[in-house]
Design a protein around this ligand. Structure first.
Ligand code: SF4
Length: 469
């Protein structure tokens, strides 16, 4: 049994990362069995789930449409906020009942929560019906762990706190035939004081550019229309490789593969260089959309968060990005960080007024055990009610700007990549180059195609359009 340890997870070493090929020793032991994967959290997790599905399919498992038909259920979890934790343990309660009527049901838990000491302790103490737990560093070991559990009928816990090798060639069952995620960097060394990711995902490790380009070229051949280059901080790509090759170089080479759309997420302002901006400007197939988390508009709070930039430095970068033709910029903001006063919060509203974001993900600060900010939270004076009020005020402002930006698009025509049927009757949906959601009347033949849509109406979170022949 290998259980996680937060102190080990915090350590950084200079050991070289080894690159190895995925290899699994067993064939078809999942034949006649079905799996169901439930994913919580960010795009990294969504893509990890695609790898989980790929690995399970490669050893004979089939995908279950309905969770009740599954023989193996895996929860791929997120640790970024306390409510994600509550949701997972709530759902484990449901699975416990399912297992009472189906003794052969196999339940697994993985992802960022599995990297937390407290979570594994809780599973060992109170959730013995969970068959296996594995972490973010040994995703590739999934077939071995299920097999071990099936063979021994013993609970299998294998979570490493130190990052392992970088595994290439893992099978992937992608959710879409025209949009794909491509990991370019794993882990994070920024250690923002509120964030659990550097502990759960380990040190910054970039993939070799040749492996990335091979994957993108394969996607181009398969007819994919869009790739999103993924990482906790993609702008740090290449720093650990010391080859003088960074995200600007990689973006340029990915653009030259002629994939119609290139996106990248997430960007830390600290690592955004002028060359990256020039490359985005130069290639029309690099989408004019950047997600640039600000987190707070107060210099005092930014310092407490360990974000490494001031509001003025952020604004300077923002202004440079705004010079990219038609660009949309979204952000993340935390309200109620420990020590945030009304004045600090007004600084956040002020920077939102300056940036007039196209959209934002906004949250009330959630303490994560083991992070420096969690200690500050113990002495925090601000009540939850005040924080909820601040979040409400912030969201009102964000929504106003989002609506204003959408309204400016009315009567203009944009290229959208059609993704599927909308929830609205007879409507399809897709995304503009600037990542705005558009609903329009059309037929299913358009799915996976890039079409011209004229915008006829704007709301805060979506647009309505009509197909232009
Ligand atoms: S850069 Fe992002 S992932 Fe890394 S510590 Fe900061 S918030 Fe977390």
């Amino acid at each position: 049994m290998k259980i996680p340890n937060m102190l080990d997870a915090k350590k950084r070493n200079k050991n070289e990362v080894k690159y190895t090929e995925y290899n699994v020793d067993f064939n078809n032991f999942g034949e006649n069995k079905k799996f169901y994967v439930r994913t919580y959290g960010c795009q990294m997790n969504e893509h990890d789930s695609e790898k989980i599905k790929g690995m399970l399919s490669s050893v004979g498992f089939k995908s279950a449409e309905d969770i009740n038909d599954a023989d193996v259920i895996i929860l791929n979890t997120c640790a970024i906020r306390e409510n994600a934790h509550d949701k997972v343990f709530g759902f484990l309660g449901v699975l416990k009942h399912m297992k009472q009527s189906n003794k052969n049901l196999i339940i697994g838990l993985c992802g960022c929560m599995a990297q937390e000491e407290g979570v594994v302790d809780e599973i060992l103490a109170k959730h013995k019906y969970v068959n296996f737990v594995f972490g973010t560093h040994n995703l590739h070991r999934l077939p071995n762990l299920i097999k071990e559990n099936m063979d021994t009928d013993k609970q299998v816990i294998e979570v490493y706190s130190k990052e392992g090798n970088l595994i290439e060639g893992m099978p992937v069952k992608r959710a879409s035939n025209y949009k794909a995620y491509v990991n370019i960097i794993y882990g994070c060394d920024k250690f923002c004081t509120y964030c659990i990711v550097p502990y759960t995902r380990g040190k910054q490790r970039s993939r070799n550019k040749d492996d990335i380009l091979k994957e993108v070229n394969k996607l181009v051949k398969e007819g994919y229309q869009e790739v999103t280059l993924l990482g906790q901080n993609v702008n740090a790509y290449g720093k650990d490789l010391n080859l003088g090759y960074d995200l600007a170089d990689l973006l340029e080479e990915v653009a030259k593969t002629n994939i119609p759309r290139v996106r990248f997420i997430t960007s830390h302002p600290w690592d955004f260089t002028d060359r990256m901006i020039e490359v985005i400007k130069k290639y029309p197939n690099i989408m004019n959309y950047v997600h640039l988390p600000i987190q707070s508009g107060s210099d005092k709070i930014l310092k407490l968060m360990g974000r490494r930039y001031t509001r003025e430095e952020y604004k300077t970068l923002f202004d440079k990005l705004k010079k990219i033709d038609g660009i949309a910029i979204t952000t993340d903001i935390i309200v109620g960080f420990p020590g945030e006063t009304e004045e600090d919060f007004l600084d956040t509203l002020d920077i939102v007024k300056y940036c007039q974001y196209d959209g934002a993900f906004t949250f009330i600060y959630s303490p994560r055990v083991g992070t420096p900010a969690a200690k500050l939270f113990e002495k925090d004076q601000t009540t939850l009610e005040e924080k909820e009020q601040r979040l409400y005020r912030l969201n009102e402002l964000i929504n106003d700007y989002s609506l204003m930006s959408n309204k400016r698009m009315v009567n203009n025509t944009y290229k959208i990549l059609v993704e599927g049927l909308s929830n609205k009757d007879g409507m399809m949906y897709g995304y503009t180059e600037t990542n705005k959601l558009v609903n329009f009347k059309g037929n299913e033949d358009l799915i996976g195609k890039i079409v011209n849509i004229r915008i006829i109406d704007a709301k805060s979170f979506s647009l309505d359009g009509e197909l232009v022949e």
